[in-house]
Design a protein. Structure first.
Length: 296
């Protein structure tokens, strides 16, 4: 068989349409738009650095303590070189870098001449013994040199830290654990140490807290708050939350026994009324039954 050629269809490529030349009117319109945009940008750049919007009234909030006035002065001085259209927050942070108590700085301009600066301070959760002195420390391990350590539980350090933070290790973990406690509870801490039952916290007026390790610390603090809020735990000498799902309050049996002894002593005292079988008036109420622990 002889091969027969099959005719292929011809493809027609459409001719390119000629581009119509842009009219002089369109070019002038484009140039006018670009000129106006450039003028607006240039005007803004000039105005934002001018005295028309210079910062004159600076309000600083969030600072307290012995370094408060120095921090406020440093921020006010740095802000005087700014305008409300060009606030340099990095420059404000640099101005307060010598003060470890400052955690962050936020600025809000108030056009045309006002500037509000909010200072976020570190919260000291304990104090560490450094070179015979007590230095407050924040929950992230930042050493707050220059701040007041009064009333803070002290954590001894064997070697002074070389930098501005507590070195990684047990002390840093304990500091982080204390920082996770609810603020109202943290204010009652009087002593913190690692004992036979792990991390132990003593309160100024209340039971000792046995937390064990620093693992699951949020759940342990939540368990402490629940037990302390339970009226049946009142008078406990310790709270054991090493297993946060099974917290216990101990020492209640001693409190109950003392209350029972007090009631019995009052009932047998001369002139005291004693309850008879018929239920005589003036009887002493029976004391609560002893319990070994409380599980809220």
């Amino acid at each position: 068989m002889s091969a027969r050629s099959i005719p292929l269809p011809r493809l027609r490529v459409p001719a390119a349409r000629p581009v119509a030349p842009r009219s002089p009117h369109a070019r002038r319109r484009l140039l006018a738009v670009l000129a106006v945009a450039g003028l607006v940008v240039a005007t803004f750049l000039i105005v934002r650095e001018s005295s028309l919007v210079a910062v004159r009234d600076v309000e600083v909030t969030g600072v307290a303590g012995r370094e408060g006035e120095r921090i406020r002065g440093a921020l006010q001085s740095a802000a005087q070189d700014m305008t409300t259209l060009h606030v340099d927050v990095d420059a404000l942070r640099t101005a307060v870098a010598p003060y470890p108590i400052v955690k962050d700085v936020r600025a809000t301009p108030d056009f045309p001449h006002g500037l509000r600066i909010d200072v976020v301070e570190h919260v000291p959760v304990a104090a560490v013994g450094v070179d015979g002195r007590r230095v407050p420390v924040a929950s992230d391990g930042t050493l707050l040199r220059g701040s007041n350590a009064k009333g803070l539980p002290v954590l001894p350090l064997r070697t002074p830290p070389a930098g501005d933070r507590v070195p990684a290790g047990q002390t840093a973990r304990v500091v982080a654990a204390l920082g996770a406690a609810p603020a109202p509870l943290r204010e009652t801490f009087s002593k913190v140490f690692v004992g036979p039952r792990g991390l132990t916290v003593r309160l100024t007026a209340g039971p000792a807290l046995y937390l064990g390790t620093t693992e699951r610390i949020a759940a342990k603090w939540a368990a402490v708050a629940r037990v302390l809020a339970d009226p049946s735990s009142r008078g406990a000498t310790y709270l054991d939350v090493r297993l946060p799902e099974r917290p216990t309050a101990g020492g209640l049996e001693q409190v109950a026994a003392q209350q029972q002894q007090t009631l019995e002593a009052g009932a047998t005292a001369p002139g005291a009324a004693v309850t008879g079988a018929a239920g005589a008036t003036g009887a002493a109420a029976p004391g609560p039954s002893p319990t070994d622990g409380v599980t809220p």
